[in-house]
Design a protein around this ligand. Structure first.
Ligand code: SAM
Length: 253
């Protein structure tokens, strides 16, 4: 047993029923490879290794690496001592992995953007995240949770909450509720046809002043409003991804 380190968001899973529930939800085929982010002491890893082709784990904490290396069920798995945010996924040479992770909640958004950055190098992802963040990732248009994070991630992903998780299944217990989410890549390729930098800038500007009408929050941009099929008296949470794309396609440069 190791002491949990707060700085690395270490809350270890200690409930076998929950671990089985995760395994049933990820539906990993025996010929699929898995990349586990933050394996900790290997509670989930020892179940994953039995159902997949190759298991690769990226863990930042050297003390946990020692434990993982001594774990009798993980001798076939690859253990990588790195910060996942610094990993350049294509260089790991893992064929189309399913990404799975009970990840530190303070770096959930960076990990989601890391998944966007490496979009072509993985298949689908399952993450345990703070419930409130899961609600933002899956928010529907017009709700208070609909945010920049919702728009930016939904450009690439279809995300769903598989189930909620009580703090009682972790040691130490976190103060918040968690959710297990599935991230599938969108079949359409909107992101390939737009100016991403501009799109990001517009979404950011709009949500930075989310109570303001677009005509005010985006007033510093030169937009071809006559050609743009958007009602600029709306507020950002009333706009779909397609609406934001329509605006970015009508910026006069
Ligand atoms: N998967 C284990 C479990 O369920 O019991 C541990 C989960 S714990 C919430 C998060 C794990 O991620 C810890 O083992 C922590 O050391 C590791 N971690 C934290 N930051 C990381 C990073 N940037 N890259 C890789 N692993 C990280």
């Amino acid at each position: 047993m190791v002491f949990a380190k707060k700085k690395w968001g270490q809350n270890f899973l200690v409930d076998n029923n929950l671990l089985e529930k995760i395994i049933n939800n990820v539906k990993i085929d025996s010929n699929e490879n898995v990349l586990e982010i933050g394996p900790g002491q290997g509670a989930l890893s020892e179940k994953l290794v039995g159902i997949c082709n190759e298991l690769h784990m990226v863990e930042i904490d050297r003390d946990l690496i020692t434990i993982l290396k001594e774990h009798d069920k993980l001798s076939q798995a690859e253990i990588i001592n790195q910060d996942i945010l610094k990993v350049d996924l294509p260089t790991l040479d893992i064929k189309n992995p399913v990404v799975v992770g009970n990840i530190p909640y303070n770096i959930t958004s960076p990990i989601v953007f890391w998944l966007i950055k490496h979009l072509t190098s993985w298949n689908r992802a399952y993450l345990m995240v703070q419930k409130e963040l899961a609600q933002r990732l899956t928010a529907t248009i017009g709700t208070k949770d609909y945010s920049r994070l919702t728009v930016m991630t939904n450009l690439y992903f279809d995300i769903r909450i598989c189930f909620l998780i009580s703090p009682n299944v972790f040691l130490p217990k976190p103060k918040v509720q968690s959710a297990f989410i599935e991230i599938m890549k969108k079949e359409n390729s909107y992101h390939k046809d737009i100016n991403l930098k501009l799109f990001d800038q517009i979404v950011r500007m709009a949500f930075n002043q989310r109570r303001k009408m677009l005509r005010n929050s985006l007033s510093s941009l030169e937009i071809d409003v006559k050609n743009c099929a958007i009602d600029f008296t709306k507020r950002p949470e009333q706009l779909s991804i397609e609406d934001f794309i329509e605006i970015s396609n009508n910026i006069i440069s």
